[in-house]
Write a protein that binds this ligand. Sequence first.
Ligand code: BMA
Length: 319
Amino acid sequence: MFYEEFILKRHPENPIIKPADFPDAEAIMNPGQTVYNGKTILLVSVFHRSGYYRGKRGATTHVAESTDGIHFEINPEPFLQRPDKEPYKSLDQGPIDTRITKVEDTYYIIHPGGGSWGCVGLLGKTKDFKRHEYIEVITLPDNRVPCLFPEKINGKYYRVDRPYRIIPDNLHKFGNMWISSSPDLIHWGCHRPLLKAEEGAGWDGVKIGPTPPIKTEAGWLMITHGVSQSCTGHRYRLGALLMDLENPVKIVGKTRSHILAPYEQYEQCGKVPNVVFTCGAISDYDKDQIRVYYGGADTCIGLATGSLSELVDACLRGL
Ligand code: BMA
């Protein structure tokens, strides 16, 4: 190995899900991730070679289940496909980048929509990963990534967003993170700035983005992505930050380094090169472990694991 892994270690069987695992797949994107009935659930988004699946155009999202967290069975029945009902029909751009947050017994799922209207966040829910129901459009463009906290804080729901703008002449997309609150998950307000992309030469210099936070004793832990720019294009990496438990507007720690970067061939070559990206992480508190199922080059899925307490410590010490 010519690089050193920092906190997150790749699984030796990576990539654990690849296009060859689904008929007619051109690419399998980074998944939404959670645990349901003791099984690991990934919502894998498939881009089809023909551009269609069962007669409908666009990507589809499928439930993949596993008992060991490494070997997955993908349900060929789409869990999410181009919706037929308005307003979601007009706003759909193919269900990808699903972010899952379990609140009590409900799994809330947010994915981007918007297409030519600009990118917005669509909120939906499921209780069983069989039936999915849309609830509302909860952002204005361009904001496709709202990530919900798993419980109310001081009586209110919270979310972190990354609104962005595209600068057409150089394809830069600038984006910083914001936090807001809501009484009901539908009406959002009290927006506050949370974290800026580190302008300049940092690993997160162009754009940053959130995932649903994980509760730890030291604060709300969030895996983030960061984008940097070079003469050959964008490079996507992962980092982490920690927010105050009672007042999440306050950041109490952040890794200065990235914790995962595209070094392996399946992360450097594919539909979009030089990408490791995740829409979440799973915490196994009893094992002091965090599992991150991430997309490699927008083409396959890898697994990286690390110690939860080491990650929290790296945030607190700014490593
Ligand atoms: C982001 C997301 C990710 C993807 C990345 C690079 O906006 O859509 O799923 O990995 O772009 O294409």
